[in-house]
Design a protein around this ligand. Structure first.
Ligand code: G3H
Ligand code: ZN
Length: 283
């Protein structure tokens, strides 16, 4: 069923695993991720960035596509459709009104006071419709959808205050992770992660899941991380397959001939992540 992230993440935190947020870009990504979740009996979060939402024809098209596939595939595991890095109250409202079951309000580039204010408004609107809310503090590095950030670690006391002053369901404290590939090994702030988890008692979210070593994933989960976002790794897996096929066959023109194998590559990648995050067989 289509559900919010709230119960999923509370259960994940309690039982010591993380639910993957896998970003969707088109039909094939959505198919692959839903099929992987059902096969693994794993809860799953479909991440939709504002840019990807626009690409897929708008939030309403996204909701209809996801619902259609869930019905055709007879999906039984919990699925959330989540706005990734919502940039304003209006964008979050648009997603909620379209039928998203979860939103992230990323007001982390505003002042702390402004972040609290915008996040509270989103929580009030979303919770009235049973939609869960993720907020962010600090800055995730790298680039995603044209949003460029230098790394800035979240401040534990600000995290505590944000959680106390809003009623968010989960918190993404930026602690050294990066969108897109890492240059070298990530340098995650585990001490802060532990402190923030204790101070807030909320499921934490780890952005920039692509390229984080398994030992860091496991440590993050043990310190209260219950949601891990992955986008780039699936994009790389899909594009690699398509590039190989097109390089090897100059005559191919039916898009299904390269998109179906790309879809399989995404599904395999997602299954690997679900096992790594420990969410398999937890639905
Ligand atoms: O919000 C989405 C994620 O943080 C994706 O990060 O593309 O590095 O896997 P990634
Ligand atoms: Zn992110």
């Amino acid at each position: 069923p289509l559900v919010s992230m709230k119960e999923m993440l509370i259960k994940a935190k309690k039982e010591g695993y993380a639910v993957g947020q896998f970003n969707i870009n088109n039909l094939e990504f959505t198919q692959a991720i839903l099929l992987a979740a059902e096969e693994e009996k794993s809860p799953v979060i479909l991440g939709v960035s504002e840019g990807a939402g626009k690409y897929m024809g708008g939030f309403i098209s996204v909701v209809h596509m996801v619902k259609g596939l869930m019905e055709s595939y007879k999906i039984t595991v919990p699925v959330a459709i989540h706005l990734d890095h919502g940039s304003s109250f209006d964008k979050c409202k648009e997603a909620v009104d379209a039928g998203f079951t979860s939103v992230m309000i990323d007001a982390s580039h505003h002042s702390f006071e402004e972040n609290v204010k915008i996040t509270s408004e989103v929580v009030e609107y979303a919770h009235a419709k049973g939609v869960s809310v993720e907020a962010e503090l600090g800055t995730v590095g790298g680039e995603e959808d044209g949003v460029i950030g230098g790394i800035m670690y979240a401040d534990p006391q600000e995290c505590k205050a944000l959680v106390e002053q809003t009623a968010i369901d989960c918190l993404a404290p930026a602690l050294g992770s990066v969108h897109g590939p890492y240059k070298g090994e990530p340098n995650l702030g585990f001490a802060e992660m532990e402190e923030i988890s204790k101070l807030t008692d909320l499921p934490l979210v780890l952005h920039g899941g692509t390229g984080i070593p398994t030992k860091d994933i496991q440590r993050s989960i043990s310190l209260g991380t219950a949601k891990i976002n992955v986008n780039t790794e699936n994009q790389i897996a899909a594009t690699k397959v398509i590039r190989e096929i097109l390089d090897n066959d100059k005559k191919v023109y039916d898009p299904r001939k390269y998109l179906a194998p790309a879809r399989d590559a995404i599904k395999t990648t997602v299954i690997g992540k679900m096992r790594e995050f420990g969410s398999s067989q937890k639905a």
